[in-house]
Design a protein around this ligand. Structure first.
Ligand SMILES: *[C@@H]1O[C@H](CO)[C@@H](O)[C@H](O)[C@H]1NC(C)=O
Ligand SMILES: *[C@@H]1O[C@H](CO)[C@@H](O)[C@H](O)[C@H]1NC(C)=O
Ligand SMILES: *[C@@H]1O[C@H](CO)[C@@H](O)[C@H](O)[C@H]1NC(C)=O
Ligand SMILES: *[C@@H]1O[C@H](CO)[C@@H](O)[C@H](O)[C@H]1NC(C)=O
Ligand SMILES: *[C@@H]1O[C@H](CO)[C@@H](O)[C@H](O)[C@H]1NC(C)=O
Ligand SMILES: *[C@@H]1O[C@H](CO)[C@@H](O)[C@H](O)[C@H]1NC(C)=O
Length: 201
């Protein structure tokens, strides 16, 4: 799902210290400077599988979502500039994520609550995933991102492997529909309001 919403979908349970070997390929992969440099730039939200019904319903409202990551290697944060289409409208938002390098997680604070996601990157395929609450079946969620909105079969295969490894159901992936995007045009075209006034005598 889109990142902001996705980061909201997380358990308030503490992360398990002992990693489940089944999740070994998804959690506990340390984040390095290389990872952060690689993450820098534009990403498209592809889809997600969400066990929690309430969050799933919210994710279904997201038509498209893309964003820019600007990592800061000094203070271990990532600036997130996000363009989301919901109800045929583009909504822009900006926020900051925090990186826990040794845990391989990124998180976001909203008030007193910290939402945590495990990061796994597929450098070869220019894509990555975020796993939420892998240890908690009821709240488990996975979201997928890639450097373009239409993904290659090899990338899909990686995502499907991850879905299976968490015991989730492939048939329940919610995919975005890039045709519904209202943001990219808005981002690159001049502001229609301003254009109108400029054209006025
Ligand atoms: C990493 O995870 C451990 C275990 O859950 C936790 O105690 C620790 O605070 C985490 N580190 C950071 C920097 O979040
Ligand atoms: C982890 O990934 C490697 C390579 O992709 C694979 O060979 C291995 O079986 C995976 N391990 C688990 C526990 O899924
Ligand atoms: C990561 O990058 C920061 C900023 O450039 C640098 O201060 C730090 O030493 C680097 N860490 C490693 C392990 O290279
Ligand atoms: C990165 O974080 C450091 C420490 O907070 C800050 O001094 C620096 O200006 C930041 N760099 C950028 C490019 O924002
Ligand atoms: C933007 O993000 C902030 C912080 O996460 C959130 O409180 C706010 O509701 C968001 N705004 C929109 C328009 O989505
Ligand atoms: C996956 O979901 C489909 C459709 O909801 C359902 O028919 C199927 O039984 C589920 N499979 C598993 C393994 O849960």
């Amino acid at each position: 799902m889109e990142l902001r919403m996705v980061l909201v979908i997380v358990s308030l349970l503490p992360l398990l210290e002992a990693q489940n070997p089944q999740h070994a390929n998804i959690t506990g992969i340390p984040i390095t400077n290389d990872t952060l440099d690689w993450l820098s730039g534009k990403w498209f939200y592809i889809g997600s599988v969400i066990n929690n019904l309430k969050f799933k319903q919210e994710a279904q409202k997201v038509q498209t979502d893309y964003f820019y990551f600007t990592p800061n290697l000094t203070d271990d944060t990532i600036l997130l500039q996000e363009y989301q289409t919901t109800e045929d409208r583009c909504v822009y938002n900006i926020s900051k994520l925090t990186v826990q390098r040794e845990n391989g997680t990124i998180s976001r604070c909203e008030g007193a609550i910290e939402y945590v996601a495990h990061l796994k990157v597929f450098k070869k395929h220019m894509s990555f995933l975020l796993a939420f609450s892998p240890e908690d079946e009821k709240n488990r969620a996975l979201s997928f991102y890639a450097n373009k909105p239409d993904i290659a079969p090899e990338v899909l295969e990686e995502f499907q492997k991850a879905i299976k490894s968490l015991g989730m159901n492939e048939s329940e992936v919610i995919y975005i529909d890039w045709k519904k995007d209202k943001c990219s045009q808005q981002e690159t075209q001049p502001d229609p309001e301003r254009k109108k006034t400029e054209e006025e005598p």
